[in-house]
Design a binder for this molecule. Sequence first.
Ligand SMILES: Nc1ncnc2c1ncn2[C@@H]1O[C@H](COP(=O)(O)OP(=O)(O)O)[C@@H](O)[C@H]1O
Ligand SMILES: [Mg+2]
Length: 332
Amino acid sequence: MAHNDKGEAMQDLSDGYVEVDGVRLKLSQPYTGSAQWIGQREILMQLLACWITVDEADLPLTPRLVGAPGMGKTQLVIAAAKEQELPLYIYQCTADTRPEDLLITPVLGQNGNISYHASPLVSAMLCGGICLLDEGNRMNEKSWASLAPLFDGRRMVESVVAGIQIPASSEFRAAITMNDDESTFEIPDYILSRLQPTLKVGFPNRQDEMEILRYHLPYAEAEMLAMTVEFLQTSHQLKLDFSPRDGINVLRYALKRLQQDSTHPLSRDEAWQEALERCLGEEASDLEELAKRKKRALGGEAVPLGLADLFFDPDDPLHPDREDDTDDDDFE
Ligand SMILES: Nc1ncnc2c1ncn2[C@@H]1O[C@H](COP(=O)(O)OP(=O)(O)O)[C@@H](O)[C@H]1O
Ligand SMILES: [Mg+2]
């Protein structure tokens, strides 16, 4: 059922259409897949708290979920929407998302008439659902600018294409996910200040990581699960960015290789090792070495080379600039 707080401008035409200020809009379909969030209860509670209103005058917050790719940001929002029992609309942000893609797109019909399609975001606003703007860091400033009035006290957007203002239902909620990788736009502060708080999705602990893998691959043997969890936990300790998604992919490929009917069947170890190298690259088979190289690369950017660097390896105990062991964790 679609509705609007003011009640005047919008009419529910059923059959997936609504009318706003005399303009007929075709609604997007909500996401119907399900997802369970395993472990890390605190981050789920933090997200759900953003969507609570504590008084009639209160407004919900639109948080920004940040973290490395594959950490579970998208999964968290899907699971949270399910917990709220509200329809979820997902908009996948890309570098060439235009404001009209985010809001209302005109579509030319066979009879030459133009019909207007509401984006997942506008559909969530009209139907009182949750909108996930996924990978929001990929979207450019112009598109973000069209959302400024939505994420402050005004809670509305203006579609230039359809010539209408669209107020959000009081039930409307949103969350943004952002990867911390390089392929991103710099989002201006006036937008970031509307996307608060920032919630950091971190690595799961050993027990949760085992549960996550088991949830996605319930048919995997204990030994293969254990190898994968061990790998992931070691990489988390070394502050490398391998994620639960990486673990799921390695395990999935290893299981497929094991299953294959071949004249020289692979051992579990071989299948797992091969999957690791094919999915994450050869360097993933020596995590300690990879961590050292990462540390060197980061240090190399920050500190100019000195004369001693010509004679000593950075880890050489004789290197005059060598850090104390106690500082070893500070390379992030
Ligand atoms: N806490 C968790 N519970 C269940 N599945 C998880 C959890 N964390 C990560 N995953 C799984 O890891 C994979 C990557 O998660 P995803 O949400 O796509 O990551 P991101 O959006 O951060 O890139 C998905 O298959 C997801 O289901
Ligand atoms: Mg994602």
